[in-house]
Design a protein around this ligand. Structure first.
Ligand code: NAD
Ligand code: ZN
Length: 283
């Protein structure tokens, strides 16, 4: 196992662009139930009863009550070491993107900036009439939330069964899949079209690293497949260390680039002020 982790570590550390696809497994250790696992949400509920436009039309209160409960669970949860490790990896790479299917906002709370929330977020609401969207993090929502501009019923801005992804978000995700390394973490990789991204990435010569508690359809195409808890494995993958590749000492590419920038500013000190907030104004 350590050998596989070292191999994955070195692939990631020497990649210029890294894209990560995450699923419910990443948040499982924060106490948020996954969907399809044995004790997952869908073993206790019929998804169509709570997560579809049909269910919402029939009984918006029932659907909202369920989402309010999920919001409470997610608000009480804390980002785990896995979320934090991904935020650390972002800091060390010039091009880094997290494509998440999660709606809990834990990646952002851990410090991840570059993120595509493909399935939306429980912290956003959308008007069923004018389709306006807004953020609402309040601990308690009204009995039925309404849109302030047109006074129509609001719904959670998440992607439900049978609904499409937002085209511009999907396009961003496809674009991010053109990367050196694709890390696929804690997703059963059964839901399309997200499940097709690893294939797109691989066709374009990305290396694929999988982190999951069990086998998934990604296992067969992955260059490295790591079995276990995402918090523990990701923490190891984000560890800062010097490692050798083919006997050569290598250092983290992100840091190498950072050093490259330092060299650049040593040569052109007058340009630094534009980025470090010390008064350089773009005119
Ligand atoms: P999932 O429940 O299908 O899979 C979770 C995966 O995480 C499993 O492969 C499991 O082995 C793994 N896992 C669990 N704990 C782990 C841990 N600690 N460390 C590492 N791996 C762990 O969840 P998913 O893949 O995120 O599902 C994809 C998407 O499907 C979801 O985001 C959800 O939006 C969507 N979905 C939606 C509905 C709906 O309501 N519209 C219903 C079901 C699924
Ligand atoms: Zn409205």
């Amino acid at each position: 196992m350590q050998e596989l982790i070292d191999k994955a570590h070195s692939i990631i550390a020497t990649s210029r662009s890294v894209t990560v696809i995450t699923g419910a497994g990443v948040s499982a250790e924060s106490g948020i139930p996954t969907y399809r696992d044995e004790d997952g949400l869908w073993s206790n509920f019929r998804a169509e009863d709570f997560s579809s436009a049909e269910a919402f039309k029939q009984d918006p209160t029932k659907v909202w009550d369920w989402y309010k409960e999920r919001r409470r669970t997610m608000a009480a949860a804390q980002p785990n070491e896995g979320h934090k490790a991904l935020a650390a990896l972002e800091r060390n790479h010039m091009q880094f993107m997290v494509i998440t299917q999660n709606i809990d906002g834990l990646h952002q709370r851990a410090g991840t900036d570059n993120i595509i929330e493909l399935h939306g977020s429980v912290w956003r609401l959308r008007c069923t009439n004018c389709l306006g969207e807004w953020e609402d993090r309040s601990a308690e929502l009204p009995w039925l939330p309404y849109c302030e501009s047109c006074h129509s019923l609001a719904r959670p801005a998440v992607v439900w069964f049978g609904e499409s992804l937002k085209p511009q978000e999907w396009e961003r995700a496809v674009r991010a899949s053109y990367c050196d390394t694709l890390l696929v973490v804690g997703t059963s990789a059964l839901v399309n079209p997200v499940a097709s991204l690893p294939e797109i990435a691989q066709k374009n010569r990305a290396r694929i690293i999988e982190v999951n508690a069990g086998e998934t359809p990604i296992t067969a195409i992955a260059d490295v497949s790591l079995r276990g808890k995402s918090s523990e494995i990701l923490a190891q993958l984000a560890e800062e260390k010097e490692h050798t590749i083919d006997g050569m000492h290598d250092m983290d590419l992100g840091k190498a680039m950072q050093r490259g920038l330092e060299k650049f500013y040593a040569k052109y000190p007058q340009l630094r002020k534009y980025v470090d907030g010390s008064g350089g104004k773009v005119e």
